[in-house]
Design a protein around this ligand. Structure first.
Ligand SMILES: Nc1ncnc2c1ncn2[C@@H]1O[C@H](COP(=O)(O)OP(=O)(O)OP(=O)(O)O)[C@@H](O)[C@H]1O
Ligand SMILES: [Mg+2]
Length: 474
């Protein structure tokens, strides 16, 4: 056999190694002459026993065996090969017209069968399918193994530098009481990391309370945060504690902190400085012991610059910053995350068995796509595929159209399209405008559905649209 050093099977682009088993020398010579070439390296064996030795020694990518052989016949051989190397597909060659034998061979785990005499092209086709199938299983197995081994820490999946760095930082800072700012686009895992920080801290047994600052109208946010006294404003029939009180001894997660109004910011600053706050309408301050984790998907320094965010507050919440890169900048995580979500589907009791494998081309498309909705969008895409695929394998045609049409570097490189390099803010604005316009076209202007698709809150989407001057009805 042509010497490849590793027994793990060939990779894309390398010659696939075929072991052909037949007692007739003429037949072996013919096979080698037909198939040996740039695609295949052929080794032959004259008996099942010889073939077993070759399989153990070399781990070919695929075995092709004749059925009628003296001593040990091909059906018995098929079983031995399958036991010896369950991951190596076996193609059997049957005498013309012996359909029962072919059926029996398939039942015993043959990958496929061809009847004699065979031509080059049908044989090459079956070989290609077998080799592709093996590579698919290997790639999926590799991803699953990696996921099990080190891909999944505290529910966070990812081997990319970005995620590993973020995880390492979490380990360091979680046990302290320092405020942490988590920055990342929508769907990059800010919630996941906020919870992880809480779980890895001494406060783990206490409350984890989260509040989205952009989802609550400005005039209500203060009483939501700090609570209010009875009669503090019309409608305040009874006194009510706020989020700081509920998070006492625990962790308070303030999402979209960048949207907090300038009027409220000094009050937040005060709690951070001395643990004191005034419920709305109260004369005396309350005290609390709260660890603050904030998240933002926008550029707070820009808001500081424009006077919408207090610099002193920014310094406070920004003591430790964890940046979660967008998914398109950590392509290596895509396969792991996809398998993570497939595994999660298996945990749910669905009325059908969900697929377990990604076709290599599917993975390539997933990795080429730009993921404007990041990890959340990937989770939705896997759900979508699981519903549509009707087998073990997710094929490219099961992908939603926008992902299916993603090609390496194709069509979506806005920076390149723009010609001259532009500032990040401009590029981002362009991208967002294009993304949201397309999203609204696809949902026919339905903002609620668009928000769900994008994985953002409806109010967040409305704000985005108004900032970008997009009218959802047009
Ligand atoms: N590294 C990861 N490993 C596993 N699952 C992840 C990871 N990152 C995100 N997810 C999953 O992706 C989805 C979105 O994550 P999350 O809600 O944390 O994003 P976010 O940054 O808070 O988004 P938003 O800005 O919209 O609030 C969730 O279902 C979450 O479980
Ligand atoms: Mg979130």
């Amino acid at each position: 056999m042509v010497g490849t050093t590793s027994g793990a099977g060939s990779r894309r682009g390398e010659r696939a190694r075929v072991l052909f088993v037949d007692d007739l020398e003429r037949s072996r010579e013919l096979f080698a002459r037909l198939l040996e070439g740039p695609a295949y390296a052929v080794e032959t064996a004259a008996s099942v026993v010889e073939a077993c030795a070759a399989i153990e020694r070399e781990r070919p990518d695929v075995v092709v065996t004749d059925l009628r052989m003296p001593e040990v016949d091909g059906l018995e051989g098929l079983q031995r090969f399958r036991t010896l190397a369950p991951d190596v597909p076996v193609i059997v060659v049957t005498a013309f017209g012996s359909i029962e034998t072919a059926v029996e061979a398939m039942r015993l785990g043959a990958f496929d069968y061809l009847s004699k005499p065979f031509d080059r092209d049908p044989m090459a086709l079956v070989l290609r399918r077998a080799v592709d199938h093996r590579r698919l299983l290997q790639e999926n197995q590799r991803l699953r193994a990696e996921l099990a081994e080190r891909g999944n820490r505290g529910g966070v999946v990812g081997r990319s530098d970005g995620v590993q760095r973020a995880l390492a930082l979490v380990e360091r800072v979680a046990p302290t009481d320092y405020p942490v700012l988590i920055q990342g686009e929508s769907g990059t895992g800010k919630d996941v990391f906020a919870r992880l920080i809480h779980e890895r801290s001494a406060r783990a047994g206490r409350a984890f309370v989260s509040l989205n600052c952009s989802a609550i109208p400005e005039h209500l946010l203060e009483s939501e945060l700090f609570g209010h006294e009875k009669g503090a404003f019309s409608g305040a029939v009874t006194a009510r504690p706020g989020f700081f009180s509920r998070a006492d001894q625990g962790t308070l997660f303030l999402d979209e902190i960048g949207d907090m109004s300038v009027g409220l910011q000094p009050k937040l600053l005060r709690v951070l400085q001395n643990g004191e706050y005034y419920p709305v309408g109260a004369r005396r301050p309350e005290t609390c012991d709260v660890r603050l984790v904030c998240a933002s998907n926008q550029d707070i320094p820009a808001r500081v610059e424009s006077g919408q965010f207090r610099q002193d507050l920014y310094y406070r919440i920004n003591t430790i910053r964890i940046v979660l890169p967008p998914l398109r900048e950590r392509v290596g995580d895509v396969g792991l995350l996809a398998h993570h979500f497939l595994a999660a589907l298996r945990e749910r009791s669905l009325p059908f068995p969900p697929p377990t494998e990604l076709a290599p081309e599917t993975l390539a498309r997933l990795e080429a796509y730009t993921w404007p909705g990041n990890v959340r969008e990937l989770a939705h895409v896997i759900d979508h595929c699981a519903l549509i695929a009707d087998g073990d394998v997710i094929e490219p045609e099961h992908l939603p159209p926008e992902v299916r049409s993603a090609t390496d570097g194709g069509g979506r490189d806005l920076a390149a399209e723009a010609g001259a390099p532009q500032g990040f803010q401009d590029a981002r604005r362009d991208f967002e405008r294009q993304y949201f316009t397309r999203l609204l076209q696809e949902t026919e202007g339905n903002v609620q559905r668009a928000a769900e698709r994008a994985g953002v809150h409806r109010t967040t989407l409305y704000e985005k649209l108004s900032k970008l001057d997009i009218d959802p009805r047009s």
